[in-house]
Design a protein. Structure first.
Lengths: 241, 247
């Protein structure tokens, strides 16, 4: 295309770089979230309540809890991330911010990545910080608790990243919540397997480096691919609305 | 070449081809399936360990085989949908997803029936059973997403993204579940190795696998034709086709 014909909206020097656009989106999401504090608290409360159901529903015995504790915490964290995913794009979609983001000159996947990272800082990270307390409550042993926290630290960002694809696909649909779970739970299974597998290996006194490396590989893969899929899905959902 | 490519995207052209192809597909499918199943169920030798109960393999393996390859075919069609926006590709995905779901269910069901006499239990949380169950969930997700988006074009593209995300995950799911737990016997057919069973057993098995592939081809054509008629109901050729009483 001829350069003279192209409408120039802003001089090149005023264009914001991808990195600072990411920073701006990230900071904005945190700020918006801190003005709605209850929304931040809800996934955490849900996490604690789901964990509480297991001793009540299955068995409060120390032996059982020690055996199943890591799995219970992982499943509860997974569900709690899943429930919070609906918020990832919903508000911005409803008030039109999302459309503006799509129209930005910066690549959409960078902005989606920033939003997803903010989502993790707001939901995944608090879960990781809360996990040691719940780990003590399900009678996990000292060193196992730290391994559990480490797996959650590496694993919850993967949950947020994969989840962003589902959140983008179901944006603006009726009964998006249940549909989102249907689409995303199968994709969460490998993370769950290796997350709990690591803790089980640690409890048996085996080396956990290999497991953690695989979880790390999932994280790298999700970081690389998920924002692309999510931004493609966002464009589709927005063209549909 | 390009002309062929463009023709391939035309629902009307596909309709004509499918009409000519379908009787042959059906005949070949029924012939192969009948040969494979009759041979396998009545004439193939007994297994020295499992006796007659192993004969369900002639249904189990073909449906499991196809359940996986249908997903791969859907993924190829999904790429075509996203890259070239070819109408037929998303018609294909939409038409075959329920077939894939059904085949996966059939594989799981026959597996459970086979598991009872062989392992002494209907269900085991074994790697391959679990990964088939997850495949069933993936098919379910694809169908659910397709049904909940009312706009046809957006539905096609959203489903294509989901199918591709799923296909990236299938190997990961497969290997992670395999690490996690394994009891199932290894795959029956490998392209690189000689089958570990005698020819009287694997030849009928191969026949029924091929037969089911052809039957799937016939079914895919049939379902795609229906989908095309619904989508193109306002076009002239569909009206003429209907009023000629051929549909």
């Amino acid at each position: 295309m001829n350069a003279e014909v192209r409408p120039v909206i802003r001089p090149q020097s005023e264009l914001v770089s991808g990195a600072s656009a990411m920073k701006a989106v990230f900071a904005r999401d945190l700020r918006v979230a801190f003005r709605q504090r209850q929304d931040l608290l809800n996934p955490l409360l849900f996490f604690v309540m789901v964990v509480t159901l297991f001793p009540l529903g299955v068995s409060p015995e120390v032996a059982f809890l020690r055996e199943a504790g890591a799995g219970i915490l992982w499943v509860a964290a997974l569900l709690s991330v899943l429930l919070s995913l609906d918020h990832l794009f919903r508000h911005d979609f409803d008030d039109g911010t999302l459309e503006q983001l799509v129209l930005q000159p910066q690549p959409l996947f960078l902005l989606v990545l920033a939003k997803t990272l903010a989502h993790w800082v707001l939901t995944g990270l608090p879960l990781v910080l809360l996990a040691p307390v719940l780990g003590v409550m399900v009678h996990l042993e000292g060193s196992t608790i730290w391994v559990l926290c480490l797996t959650l630290l590496v694993g919850t960002p993967v949950l947020s990243l994969i989840g962003s694809i589902g959140a983008a696909l179901t944006l603006g649909l009726r009964s998006a919540g249940v549909l989102l779970s249907l689409l995303i739970i199968p994709l969460y299974i490998p993370v769950l397997i290796f997350g709990t597998g690591t803790v089980a290996a640690a409890a048996d006194g085996a080396a956990v480096g290999g497991y953690l490396a695989l979880l790390g590989a999932f994280l790298v893969l999700a970081l690389t691919l998920a924002p692309f899929a999510a931004s493609a899905a966002l464009r589709i959902s927005l063209s549909n609305a | 070449m390009w002309q062929f490519f463009h023709k391939l995207g035309s629902p009307k052209w596909f309709f004509g081809i499918a009409n000519r192809l379908m009787p042959w597909l059906l005949a070949a499918a029924l012939l192969l399936l009948a040969a494979g199943l009759v041979w396998g169920l009545f004439f193939a030798p007994k297994d020295y360990l499992q006796g007659n109960s192993y004969r369900i393999i002639f249904i189990h393996v073909p449906s499991a085989f196809l359940a996986q390859s249908v997903y791969i075919m859907m993924a190829v069609a999904a790429v075509v949908t996203l890259v070239w926006r070819m109408k037929l590709a998303d018609v294909f995905v939409k038409a075959v997803a329920p077939v894939g779901l059904l085949l996966t269910f059939l594989a799981l069901f026959t597996g459970a029936v086979w598991g009872k006499p062989t392992w002494g239990t209907w269900w085991i949380w074994d790697a391959r059973l679990t990964s088939m169950l997850i495949l069933l969930f993936l098919y379910g997700g694809v169908i659910a997403l397709d049904r909940s988006i009312s706009d046809e074009k957006s539905a096609a593209r959203a489903v294509a993204v989901l199918v591709l995300v799923g296909v990236v995950n299938i190997p990961i799911i497969k290997y992670s579940v395999e690490w996690w737990n394994t009891l199932h016997q290894p795959a029956t057919f490998k392209l690189t190795e000689k089958p570990s069973m005698p020819a009287e057993m694997w030849v009928p098995l191969l026949l029924s696998v091929l037969g089911l592939y052809l039957l799937f081809g016939w079914l895919a054509c049939l379902r795609m034709k229906t989908e095309i008629l619904v989508r193109e109901q306002r076009t002239r050729w569909v009206r003429e086709y209907i009023s000629a009483g051929r549909a």
